[in-house]
Design a protein around this ligand. Structure first.
Ligand code: ZN
Length: 203
């Protein structure tokens, strides 16, 4: 099981193992690192069973050390927290990890909004500024720059002509509407996870 929106965002910030670890935290709500390792390795074994019968040696097992590194990464970003309990028998501390849902949600939403904002600024620029470019397509410049250069390319000296940027504009527009749709379904997905977590907490 995985949440696509979450995976995209977390993967950009961390790595694949951390994405898997976070998904397990969301599913289990509170879990110790060793159990995360067991779940991850069980999944890996099942996956390798599906592909082809292989030697035990072919299966890449995820080590406890690696999972702990991921947990620290999540903790550093305030996406996961732990509760420390001393084991009465061994005297060692046991760490119970859980996700910090509000932070995860805010991160996903703000990342998406940031990307959309950047694209809108670019679109705005394209719509506002007609660009001038030579036949070779060297660095496109704005009208005032083209005017200053006497409508000649600063690279090759050829005449500058108005560049058709309708295509760029339509590409940007469709990218923005696509991302806005993703953000919307992302929010629905997030609400779904939230509901599920609340239900689990109340049961
Ligand atoms: Zn040129």
């Amino acid at each position: 099981m995985s949440y696509s929106q979450l995976d995209d965002v977390i993967l950009k910030l961390t790595d694949e193992v951390t994405v898997k670890v976070l998904n397990i935290l969301l599913e289990e709500r509170e879990i110790i690192d060793e159990d995360i390792v067991n779940i991850l390795n069980k999944d890996t074994e099942q996956e390798s069973d599906k592909t082809e019968p292989s030697d035990e040696g072919d299966i890449v097992r995820i080590a406890l050390k690696e999972v702990r590194k991921s947990l620290y990464k999540l903790n550093e970003r305030s996406l996961a927290r732990y509760r420390r309990v001393r084991d009465k028998e061994t005297g060692y501390f046991v760490y119970y990890w859980s996700p910090i849902w509000e932070r995860i949600r805010d991160l996903i939403v703000s990342r998406r909004k940031q990307t959309i904002k950047k694209l809108k600024q670019r679109l705005d620029y394209e719509q506002r500024n007609l660009l001038y470019v030579c036949e070779e397509g060297h660095t496109p410049v704005t009208f005032s720059d083209a005017f200053e250069f006497g409508f000649l390319c600063t690279v090759c000296g050829q005449e500058l002509a108005q560049k058709e940027n309708e295509e760029t504009i339509s590409v940007l527009q469709s990218k923005i509407s696509e991302l806005e749709k993703i953000l919307k379904t992302g929010l629905e997905e997030i609400e779904g996870i939230e509901e599920k977590m609340e239900k689990a907490a109340n049961s």
